[in-house]
Design a protein around this ligand. Structure first.
Ligand code: AMP
Ligand code: ZN
Length: 120
């Protein structure tokens, strides 16, 4: 049974209680566009299970993290990022206060598209 936090904004997005622009969904992952993009293409891949951050990821999450990382390049191309090496994308996992994390549900940012970007 997947753990959900009723107070978590990303759990609410995954449950469809808050609208989002979906990029991808399967049994254990959900991807959606960032509401405040830094780059022309900016979406996030999140596990459906409520894991607060990368700091809580353990050996039991290795397969899930691997799936996220191998999904990122596939979705980046589908969303319009140009191919490597001229194009490419950036993957960011903000973790904790010093890491700049604002939403405490593990999420992997995927950013790409032509520069300049708004940030980064
Ligand atoms: P972080 O600083 O890594 O925790 O990033 C959280 C990200 O979630 C930010 O880039 C926000 O723009 C994004 N965000 C917050 N609320 C929403 C929402 N309702 N829909 C889509 N993205 C969101
Ligand atoms: Zn959550």
């Amino acid at each position: 049974m997947t753990h959900h936090d009723p107070n978590c904004i990303f759990c609410k997005i995954i449950a469809g209680q808050i609208p989002s622009r979906k990029v991808y969904e399967d049994e254990e992952l959900y991807a959606f566009h960032d509401i405040s993009p830094w780059a022309p293409i900016h979406f996030m891949i999140v596990p459906k299970a409520h894991i607060p951050s990368l700091a809580q990821a353990g050996p039991e999450h290795e397969a899930l993290l691997g799936r996220i990382m191998s999904l990122a390049p596939k979705l980046a191309l589908e969303q319009g990022c140009r191919p490597y090496p001229e194009g490419g994308f950036r993957v960011v996992v903000n973790t904790g206060t010093d890491g700049g994390q604002e939403v405490h549900h593990l999420h992997v940012h995927v950013m790409g598209g032509p520069r300049p970007w708004l940030r980064g």
